[in-house]
Design a binder for this molecule. Sequence first.
Ligand code: HEM
Length: 239
Amino acid sequence: MELFTQTGGEMLARWGHYLAGVTWIGLLYYFNFVQTPSFASFEAGPRTESVRKLVPRALWWFRWGALLTLLTGLMILAFQENLANGDYYQSAPGRSIATGILLAVIMFANVWLIIWPNQKIFIENAERTAAGQEGLPNAASAARKAACASRTNTLFSIPMLFFMGATSHFAGLFDGGEGGKRAIYWVVVLVLVVVIEGIALTAPAAGAAQAWHIDNHRNTIIAGFVLTAILILLFEVLF
Ligand code: HEM
């Protein structure tokens, strides 16, 4: 039974990872590319009804999909022998998966610590409106915080998926690189990630200069590919 070998176990973890990842990121793209632009053109009544009856269902699959993606990702790592080898993260595949995981873990934190708590406020507001009660005063700012984190996750998903896949299918073409070059790589990655995530956390008003990349989903997609290109270029130049 090959399925009960270490390789088989790792494959099962990978399969679970694909299914959970598709569920999470599929819904992320639905929210960003379909739902948000559509809601903007809905009448108030149907929008409130959708926020009460459709959004909670979508968010249930979204946040548990995110948790299962994280857990299955950690399972793949646990099955891999190279984890025991401390040099793995100094190799190009190790650097690739570390980059993907860094982005994915920030995305996971955005789901559970920003998007979900703020969406709960937004849903509660819709429930009150439907019951003829006064809305919550912080509903609009909660929606903006969730939207900034959600667009930032869409941006990060583009390089994240490149580096997830590159680990076993591309990164092997590069050198591990010496300490100084690895340090340059991580400093640049961390600065870019901290700046982009920092902007999301401040939830700037729509139209603000620093919010260009999260003003609409078109800009977000462009910014995601630009960030991916910068990171690939770093690999090409440094290693
Ligand atoms: C949340 C934290 C995550 C962790 C800890 C994680 C971890 C991992 C690990 C360890 C691998 C194996 C790399 C290798 O050796 O080939 C991997 C691969 C992969 N991950 Fe993730 N991952 C995470 C999030 C995601 C997300 C959000 C997606 C989006 C769909 C994703 C999609 C993939 C894909 C497509 C692969 C490539 C599998 C292959 O080449 O067979 N991961 N991930």
